[in-house]
Design a protein around this ligand. Structure first.
Ligand SMILES: Cc1ncc(COP(=O)(O)O)c(C=O)c1O
Length: 475
């Protein structure tokens, strides 16, 4: 078998001079002479590499089986038994995993700080969540992993946890796997932020016993935006079962360009034998050491947090410098430096194999200069409400989602049951989710978060009204 079946097929399709009488409508050749200059100069360059899987990298009946071959090679590379490539991000993977593993009325123990897609997976699957919370660091207010002792698996068919968390903290998966497997339950891990872990010596969540794992290839690795993989290890979930969920949520017209970038990412990593990643891990450690010398700045790492931190995440905690993460991020953006996320207390930066150590050092210098220019007296920390939510659950997410709805001002909705998500993005963890009672605390959290981040996925973009369960029409 070729080392890179999908990549080879993509390049072959690009070189082939065929006369396409099928989609995509641009036929990979839009922009020939005679078209308007806009079509030629603007549209054509945008489309020229958009090669579909069907009728592009493979024929209409997939006789080359190039996707299947590439998925098999990915599974082998990460020590899984089965993998499915996704072009709907880890969002699709989480929805697919939950929809295939659990079912209406089945209990899943699930981290309440899960990404919104896991909450969506509860709506599609109809499963009953038993919410668990990760441990929160008492001083820095960030999640430091889900502890096996905090997980109640009594009667639960599956456990769903997120690791690494958005801030970069990693949960020890092995004890959770043990808790699950003792009673033959399924451990699902949202490893959206940790695709690189699968290529590091210790491995990722599968190596620590997870059954189903979803990773975003576009986040920590080098896939095109939207690319992700859901993979399976062991016999608790059948490949066909997982595929039901994947196929239910997948487009029927996937882009071979996106998919080939997953295949190419694997080959590039394997050929490099981890050398560049090791270099960047070292550069990240150097960056952390430099930042740790900045007075009153805290670098969140294994030592300060007391848990394992993603070696390619650079997360700082700023209240003692007097400024805010949001102010630092805004100034860095003006200087052409985008950070992964920032809130009042933290700034999160993602390092990847696409970085160079010298560039990272420059970013650190710019960051230090910004902190110094904004430095004032230490202020009281204002931890993100995202990690502190204690939901008052009234209905299952699915029942609330499909209930009759009525809109009302958010401030007047206290006591009512939400039918929708209010998600500060990033990190995309709902402050309020379908089936949860609106409380004074949640309304305040939505208002505060809305001042510094985009409040996403609520039906009113101003986040001042809400659709709640219409009790006059609900049984
Ligand atoms: C923990 C977590 N899971 C899943 C996702 C969804 O990933 P994607 O953007 O690849 O759909 C995100 C996105 O930020 C995330 O933070």
């Amino acid at each position: 078998m070729s080392e890179s079946p999908l990549v080879d097929a993509w390049y072959a399709a690009r070189a082939r001079r065929s006369h396409s009488m099928q989609i995509p409508g641009h036929k990979m050749r839009y922009g020939r002479a005679g078209l308007t200059s806009f079509a030629q100069d603007v549209l054509a360059p945008l489309l020229q590499d958009d090669i579909p899987l069907q009728g592009g990298a493979d024929d209409n009946v997939f006789s080359g089986r190039v996707l299947e071959k590439a998925e098999k090679l990915w599974a082998e590379a990460i020590g899984a038994d089965h993998a499915r490539f996704l072009v709907g991000g880890s969002t699709q993977g989480n929805i697919a995993a939950l929809t295939s593993v659990v079912a209406p009325g089945v209990t899943v123990s699930i981290d309440r700080t899960s990404h919104r897609s896991a909450h969506a997976g509860l709506v599609t699957s109809g499963a009953t969540p038993r919410w668990i919370l990760p441990r929160i660091h008492p001083e820095f207010g960030v999640p430091i992993g889900v502890n096996g002792a905090d997980v109640d698996m009594e009667g639960a068919y599956a456990l769903f946890v997120t690791s690494p968390a958005y801030v970069g903290t990693i949960t020890d998966i092995a004890p959770l796997a043990e808790v699950c497997h003792r009673q033959n339950s399924v451990l699902i891990v949202d490893q959206a932020w940790g695709a690189h872990l699968d290529f590091l010596p210790g491995g990722g969540a599968h190596a620590r016993g997870a059954d189903v794992v979803t990773t975003s290839v576009h986040k920590a690795l080098t896939g095109y935006s939207q690319t992700a993989v859901t993979s399976l290890k062991g016999t608790r979930v059948l490949p066909s079962t997982l595929s039901h969920g994947v196929d239910l949520t997948a487009t029927t017209s996937p882009s071979a360009t996106l998919l080939a970038s997953i295949d190419a990412t694997r080959v590039a990593l394997l050929r490099d034998r981890g050398a560049h990643m090791a270099l960047l891990i070292e550069a990240t450690a150097d960056a952390r050491a430099t930042l740790a010398r900045v007075p009153r700045l805290v670098v969140l790492d294994d030592a300060t947090l007391g848990c394992v931190m993603d070696p390619l995440k650079l997360t700082i905690w700023v209240p003692r410098t007097g400024t805010t993460g949001a102010a630092i991020a805004a100034e860095l953006w003006q200087q052409g430096i985008g950070v992964e996320a920032a809130d009042a207390d933290t700034v999160i930066m993602t390092v990847s194999v696409a970085d160079e150590p010298e560039e990272l050092a420059q970013v650190v210098s710019a960051l230090i200069a910004v902190i110094e220019s904004q430095r004032t007296s230490p202020r009281i920390p204002a931890p993100a409400a995202t990690w502190q939510i204690q939901p008052d659950v009234v209905l299952s997410p699915r029942d609330a989602y499909f209930a009759h709805r009525v809109r009302m001002p958010l401030r007047e909705s206290i006591g009512h049951v939400s039918t929708e998500q209010f998600c500060p993005y990033p990190p995309g963890v709902p402050l309020l989710a379908p089936g949860e009672r609106v409380t004074q605390q949640v309304v305040e959290a939505i208002e505060v978060a809305g001042k510094t981040t985009r409040m996403a996925y609520c039906s009113d973009p101003t986040a001042t009204t809400i659709e709640v369960v219409d009790e006059s029409r609900s049984p």
